[in-house]
Design a protein around this ligand. Structure first.
Ligand SMILES: [Zn+2]
Length: 81
């Protein structure tokens, strides 16, 4: 019953997982703390069109901070879509 709902423990390790979970992607720069939220569906298709891996571990390498131009970023769940 209720114990089958474990949304808090769901592993969001791909962009499509964020899409099905209905959570935005928070992209945070580890150098300056700049943060943006992205729509998971738009981000997913952006990656697919470029034949980029949509695994979060791989996706992390695709972003560059617009504030400080660094590439050390983290991705974690944001607000609901
Ligand atoms: Zn930055």
């Amino acid at each position: 019953m209720f114990n089958t709902i474990r949304m808090g423990h769901k592993r969001l390790d791909t962009i499509s997982a964020y899409m099905s979970y209905g959570s935005k992607l928070t992209i945070k720069c580890l150098s300056c703390g700049h943060r943006i939220e992205l729509d998971p569906a738009k981000t997913y298709w952006f990656f697919i069109k470029r034949r980029w891996s949509t695994k979060i571990l791989d996706a992390k390498r695709r972003f560059r901070c617009s504030e400080c131009d660094q590439k050390r970023i983290d991705i974690y769940p944001g607000g609901l879509v």
